[in-house]
Ligand binder design. Structure first.
Ligand code: NAD
Ligand code: UDX
Length: 457
C-alpha cells in the first residue's frame, strides 16, 4: 500500500520504517531539512535500538523515502499519517498548530480519496478540526474530493519502539460511520492485517473514544508511578522497603507488576504533557480532574527528591561540593531529554553552588543542547558541568554519586572502584538499582527512594 508519514520524528520514523518493513511503499515527510539529510545519507537522527537497521534495509529496497517535498508527499500516500509533535501550549493544552498545518497541506494538494490518520496524540475532538481544515482547503479550491479522518493513536515506548510497533499489545482505530469512514476502515484493516494474523489485536471504535483511549492509557500509567512515588516517600518515614511492597502488591493480578517502580519521577515527551493536556480538556468542560492534578504535582515534587536528599545530607550551600551524575536521558535506551528528571537535579545542584560531572551512554550531545537552553540565563552554571567520557571518569573526586537513569551499564559497577574514585562513598540512587543491605555491607552510605530502612538497619 502507498503510505505517507507526515512528521519523521520518534513516532513517524518508527511507523514509516516498520510499515515499509511489512512491504508497504512509504514516503516520510519532514519540514526539518537536517533530519531528512541525515536520513538520506544513511543515518538516523535519534537513538532507538534496532531502528537504523530497519531504516537502512527498507531504504535500500526502495520502499522507504525521505523528503521535504510536501506536494509529492500528499500525492504519494492513499493513507496519510499525521505524526507531528503536539507539544504543550503555555496553558498546558496540546498545541495543534503542527497537526493543523499538516491537514492544511493535505487539503491543498490532494487530488483523490485520502485516509487521513491522526497518529499524533491529540485531544478529543481534534479529528473534527482536521476534517474542517481539509474541507476548508478543498472548498477554496472548489473541489469536493472525498476523504476520511481516522484516529489511530500510537502506544510505542521509546527505547523499545521497533519491538512495540512490530508486536503491539493492541491497535486502536477510531473510524466514522459514514461511507467514506467505511472505505477508510477497509484500508486500515488491510494495512494492519499482518499484525492480526495470530489473533485479533485491533480495537475498532468511534473516533472520539480512540482519541480518548490514548490519554486515558498515559494518565493511568502516570498515576501508578506517582502513587508509588508517594508511597515510597512515606516508606522512607515509616521504615518500610518500597521494593518489597512493590513485589507484594504486584503479585495481585488485579494490580500486576508493571509500572510500579518508584524513582525520581517520570519524564519524557508523553506522560508530563499528556497528563496536563487531559486536565486542560476537562477544564474546558468546567471539570477538575483532581486525581490527575495530584499526579502532576507529585511528579513535579518527585523530580526534586534526589536534590533534596543531597541537600539534606550536605547542607543548603553546596559551594565547593562536586557531584557525579549517572544518566541524563529520561529513561534508558534513548537520547531523549524531554522533561528528563536529570534536568531538575542539575538545576538544583548547580544553583546551590555545586559543580557536577555527568555521564550518559548516548544522550550527551542532546543533553548539551537542552542544558544550554535550560541555563541560557546563567552561563556560569553551564561552565560547572563536566561531560565525562565514561561512568568511572565522572566519579573522580566527587562528594557523592547520584543515579538518575537506570541504564544497564550502571547496574553492577565495580564497587571497589566506585568507592576509591569518590571522595567519600555516598550514593543517591534515584532508580533503586542497588540492594541497600549490600551497600551497607560494603560500606556505602546509600540513599534510595523509599528504602532508607534497609540502608540504615
Ligand atoms: P518529534 O518531535 O520527535 O517529531 C515530530 C516531527 O514532526 C519533527 O521532526 C518535526 O520537524 C515534524 N513536523 C512538524 N510539523 C510538520 C509539518 N507540518 N509537516 C511535516 N513535518 C512536520 O515528536 P514525536 O515524539 O515523534 O511525537 C509525535 C506525536 O506522537 C506527538 O503527538 C506525541 O505525543 C505522540 N507520541 C509520541 C511517543 C513517543 O514516545 N515519542 C509515543 C506515542 C505517541
Ligand atoms: C510512554 C508510554 O509508556 C507509551 O505507551 C506511550 O506511547 C508514550 O509514553 P515513554 O515515555 O517512551 O512511553 O516511556 P515509559 O517507559 O512509559 O517511561 C516514562 C517515564 O516513566 C520514564 O521517565 C520512566 O523512568 C518512568 N517510569 C516508568 C517510572 O518512574 N516508573 C515505572 O514503573 C515506569
Amino acid at each position: 500500500m502507498k503510505i505517507t508519514i507526515i512528521g519523521t520524528g520518534y513516532v513517524g520514523l518508527v511507523t514509516g520504517a516498520c510499515l515499509a518493513e511489512l512491504g508497504n511503499d512509504v514516503f516520510c515527510l519532514d519540514v526539518d531539512q537536517r533530519k531528512i539529510d541525515i536520513l538520506n545519507s544513511g543515518g538516523i537522527p535519534i537513538h532507538e535500538p534496532g531502528l537504523e537497521e530497519v531504516v537502512r534495509r527498507n531504504s535500500a529496497a526502495g520502499r522507504l523515502k525521505f523528503s521535504t517535498d510536501i506536494e509529492a508527499s500528499v500525492a504519494h500516500g492513499d493513507i496519510q499519517f499525521i505524526a507531528v509533535g503536539t507539544p504543550p501550549d503555555e496553558d498546558g493544552s496540546a498545541d495543534l498548530q503542527y497537526v493543523l498545518a499538516a491537514a492544511r497541506n493535505i487539503g491543498k494538494y490532494m487530488t483523490g480519496f485520502k485516509v487521513v490518520v491522526d497518529k499524533s496524540t491529540v485531544p478529543v475532538g481534534t479529528a473534527d478540526k482536521v476534517r474542517a481544515v481539509i474541507a476548508q482547503e478543498l472548498s477554496s479550491r472548489k473541489d469536493g474530493l472525498p476523504f476520511s479522518v481516522v484516529s489511530n493513536p500510537e502506544f510505542l515506548k521509546e527505547g523499545a519502539a521497533v519491538e512495540d510497533f512490530m508486536r503491539p499489545d493492541r491497535i486502536v482505530i477510531g473510524c466514522d460511520n459514514t461511507t467514506d469512514g467505511e472505505r477508510a476502515r477497509d484500508l486500515m484493516k488491510k494495512l494492519y492485517a499482518p499484525f492480526n494474523r495470530n489473533h485479533e489485536r485491533t480495537y475498532w471504535m468511534d473516533v472520539r473514544s480512540a482519541e480518548f483511549t490514548k490519554y486515558a492509557a498515559n494518565a493511568m500509567l502516570a498515576t501508578r508511578i506517582s502513587f508509588m512515588n508517594e508511597l515510597a516517600n512515606l516508606a522512607d518515614h515509616v521504615g518500610a522497603d518500597i521494593d518489597a511492597v512493590r513485589h507484594g502488591i504486584g503479585s495481585d493480578p488485579r494490580i500486576g507488576h508493571s509500572f510500579l517502580y518508584a524513582g525520581c519521577g517520570y519524564g519524557g515527551s508523553c506522560f508530563p504533557k499528556d497528563v496536563q493536556a487531559l486536565e486542560r480538556t476537562a477544564q474546558e468542560y468546567s471539570l477538575n480532574l483532581q486525581i490527575l492534578q495530584a499526579v502532576e504535582a507529585v511528579n513535579n515534587q518527585q523530580k526534586q527528591v534526589l536534590g533534596n536528599k543531597i541537600i539534606h545530607r550536605f547542607g543548603k550551600n553546596l559551594t565547593g561540593r562536586h557531584f557525579a551524575v549517572w544518566g541524563l536521558a529520561f529513561k534508558p535506551n534513548t537520547d531523549d531529554m524531554r522533561a528528563a528528571p536529570s534536568r531538575v537535579l542539575l538545576g538544583e545542584l548547580l544553583r546551590a553552588g555545586a559543580s557536577v560531572a555527568v555521564y550518559d551512554p548516548v544522550a550527551i550531545e542532546e543533553a548539551k543542547r537542552v542544558l544550554e537552553l535550560d541555563f541560557y540565563d546563567a552561563p556560569e552554571l553551564l561552565a560547572s558541568i563536566r561531560y565525562a567520557e565514561n561512568p568511572m571518569d565522572a566519579l573522580s573526586g566527587a562528594d557523592a554519586l547520584a543515579i538518575v537513569t537506570e541504564w544497564k551499564a550502571f547496574r553492577s559497577p565495580d564497587f571497589d572502584k566506585v568507592k576509591s574514585s569518590l571522595k567519600q562513598p555516598v550514593i543517591f540512587d534515584g532508580r533503586n538499582l542497588y540492594d541497600p543491605s549490600v551497600m551497607r555491607e560494603i560500606g556505602v552510605e546509600y540513599y534510595g527512594i523509599g528504602r532508607s530502612v534497609l540502608a540504615k538497619a
